[in-house]
Ligand binder design. Structure first.
Ligand code: GTP
Ligand code: MG
Length: 640
């Protein structure tokens, strides 16, 4: 069966049958058409901008400001396109005047305009323009995680992009991006590398315009957009570090690198699965196109297309030209497509397209509404620098941090927080006075020693209810794979944003197709702070349950059930010792009943589970995503 799609000057003949390449062609073709303009976002269609009165000019200026704010400092304007996406095109004279007026509107707000694409079909002009803010103190910050199998060319691609050099196929370009000497020796990334690439207002790469190797401060000062690359490790041995990179940095997009000669392997699938779980849109970059035989490439491309469609349930979109890049930019935020681009770091094949894509990719994570909220800074690393007692790096998820501000660091082993002062703030090696939500920064802290800071700690506003210290919580999980059964008492290792710790399952409520949708309301995490924890422990002591009378491990594992007792006892106001003994007997009995079939989880099961941290309380809250990855057990979920 075939179908003809006629859209103005363009005729597409779309063949619909079961052959994969033809289906891909159909998808590609449909995406080339413009979708209707949205009231939100940073894309604006303007059919023409001619004969503008002062009033209209002022309206258009306000509109441009809105679009720029929506894009965090950049916007895309299409001239010659109607609001419903119809690419009618303009005559030469109307087009020239419209572009002149577009420049005028932008200059009213001190924005810069760069032409990214122009098409002329039968004297009908359509133009696509990138508008960028010219604020010296602000740049667009795009975070890109780079994942994929070992030796897929992740570090090399980051090296060629950020250093402006080509690779020799034997590891030359990656030498510039390693953190440690052992990585240089082995050629294998084991930590999370961080490199930046800057674009100026016209979309030119800043990194390569210096006579000497530029410092980060040089790049930041001269750029309007910074692309921060987080180089992740491909080897299975470092999977925990890679998961940590994705969950704590939470990039806008991920590049999943695949060696053209190697194809997809289980680590590639693992990384794709992580992106899908964390809802991070990804772009597949096929490297080493210079050394792959044609038949191997074709076979691997088929497998990649297949996994995108049948595994990830997304539309694969092969990027081969500038027009394809522009189509991708319009669609990528909706997370329904997977762009696939073939590159070579040796011959530079398609590197210009990859750079164009990075220049135009819109920032996805919008932190604007978090700027005025309380501070939440997730610590991912600590450093010692001469003259500073403690330096921490991480992501400012919420609030605005200022130099000399007092914040609270924690939770410590007992769930407490300690007050400390921000001595200085560094962003991409540049000293700044304040940082807003959405930036990755380094902070020098006063009153804190480096050794006091442990993994998973945060800096928050020094307000009591911000100092979360959660010992246990409820989560809604889906077991993706488990070779054995999962029961109460199982102790997996979990990743929840910046937190990595072993937990113990203390309750399981299986969800099946007959489950009441309102069931979830019964299983909510009760927010806890240090004061709540102390209050609970004091009550337990008053009831006679001290650490001396009960072994500590048993005391911890029963804590959840005792909490329930306390609530009941508080309500009835009839606290006496014999009640406690009776109830603790009941707990032992119910423990046995709990291990019945209905509380056993297998591959594919969904459940509400109660989890308890084994080491220390952590800063976790509802809606945070959770990943179990223990041997062959894979489960994903969300705190409820
Ligand atoms: N011929 C050719 N070789 C490449 C290309 N890209 C990378 N390489 C080579 O592939 C090898 C592995 O590259 P890396 O960048 O270390 O791979 P990686 O994905 O970072 O590997 P891990 O960090 O260990 O996961 C190096 O020897 C590179 O020189 C390419 O496009 N063409
Ligand atoms: Mg590497």
């Amino acid at each position: 069966m075939s179908q003809i799609v006629y859209k103005y000057n363009i005729i597409y003949i779309v063949s619909i049958n079961n052959k994969m390449d033809q289906v891909t062609c159909m998808y590609n073709t449909e995406i080339k058409l413009y979708c209707p303009e949205s009231d939100e976002g940073n894309i604006e269609y303007k059919y023409r901008l001619i004969n503008l009165s002062e009033e209209i000019m002022s309206k258009r200026t306000t509109q441009m400001k809105f679009r720029i704010n929506e894009g965090g400092g950049e916007a895309l304007y299409y001239i010659g396109v109607m609001d419903d996406g119809t690419p009618l095109g303009l005559s030469n004279s109307e087009y020239i005047e419209s572009v002149k007026n577009l420049n005028q509107i932008a200059s009213n707000m001190n924005y810069s305009v760069a032409k990214i694409y122009e098409s002329v079909i039968k004297n009908s002009y359509i133009g696509e323009f990138l508008i960028r803010e010219n604020d010296a103190n602000h740049y667009v910050d795009l975070k890109i995680g780079v994942a994929g199998n070992v030796d897929a060319g992740k570090s090399t691609t980051i090296g060629t992009l950020t250093k402006g050099i080509l690779d020799d196929g034997r590891g030359r370009a990656r030498l510039h991006v390693f953190n440690y000497k052992h990585e240089i020796d082995s050629g294998r990334t084991s930590s999370i590398g961080h490199q930046i690439m800057g674009f100026d207002s016209n979309g030119n790469i800043v990194n390569t315009k210096f006579d000497r190797p530029p410092t980060w401060a040089d790049i930041v000062t001269n750029s309007k957009k910074i692309v921060s690359f987080y180089d992740l490790a491909g080897h299975e041995r470092y999977l925990r570090t890679t998961i940590y990179g994705l969950t704590s940095i939470y990039p806008d997009y991920c590049l999943i690198m695949i060696g053209a000669n190697m194809g997809i392997n289980h680590m590639t699938k693992e990384h794709m699965g992580l992106c899908l779980t964390l809802k991070i849109p990804f772009i597949i970059v096929i490297s080493k196109i210079d050394i792959v035989p044609e038949n191997v490439l074709e076979e691997n491309l088929n497998k990649i297309n297949n996994i995108c469609k049948n595994g990830a349930r997304k539309i694969p979109y092969n990027v081969k030209s500038k027009e394809d890049v522009i189509s991708v930019i319009k669609k990528i935020k909706s997370d329904g497509i997977v762009p696939i681009i073939q590159i070579s770091n040796v011959s530079s094949h398609n590197l210009d397209l990859l750079k164009l894509m990075l220049n135009l990719l819109p920032v996805r994570n919008d932190y604007a509404e978090n700027i005025d909220k309380p501070i939440e800074f997730l610590i991912d690393n600590t450093y010692s620098v001469i003259g500073h007692s403690t330096i921490v790096s991480g992501m400012l998820r919420s609030g605005t941090l200022k130099v000399n501000e007092n914040v609270a660091l924690g939770p410590f082993f007992d769930g407490s927080y300690k007050q400390c002062k921000i001595r200085s703030i560094h962003c991409k090696f540049k000293d700044i006075r304040e940082a807003k939500a959405g930036t990755y920064i380094c902070l020098s802290l006063k009153n804190i020693l480096r050794k006091e800071i442990k993994k998973g700690m945060v800096l928050v506003s020094d307000i009591n209810n911000c100092k979360i210290a959660q010992k246990e919580f409820w989560a809604n999980i889906h077991i993706l794979h488990s070779p054995t059964t999962i029961k109460i008492g199982y102790e997996p290792f979990v990743h929840i944003d910046q937190v990595r710790q072993s937990v113990k399952i203390s309750e399981i409520v299986k969800i099946n197709k007959d489950s009441d949708p309102n069931l979830i309301n019964q299983y909510k995490t009760i927010p806890n702070t240090y004061d709540d924890l102390v209050a609970t422990e004091t009550k337990l002591k008053d009831l006679g349950f001290t650490k001396k009378r009960i072994p500590y491990k048993k005391y911890k594992s029963k804590l959840a059930n005792y909490m329930e007792q306390i609530n009941q006892l508080n309500q009835s106001d009839q606290i006496n010792q014999s009640d406690q003994i009776n109830q603790s007997d009941q707990i032992n009995q119910s423990d046995q009943i709990n291990q019945s079939e209905s509380n056993i989880l297998r591959t594919g099961d969904k459940a509400y589970i109660k989890l308890e941290f084994l080491m220390k309380p952590e800063y976790v809250k509802p809606t945070m995503k959770l990943i179990f990855r223990e041997g062959k057990v894979k489960a994903v979920g969300k705190i409820i």
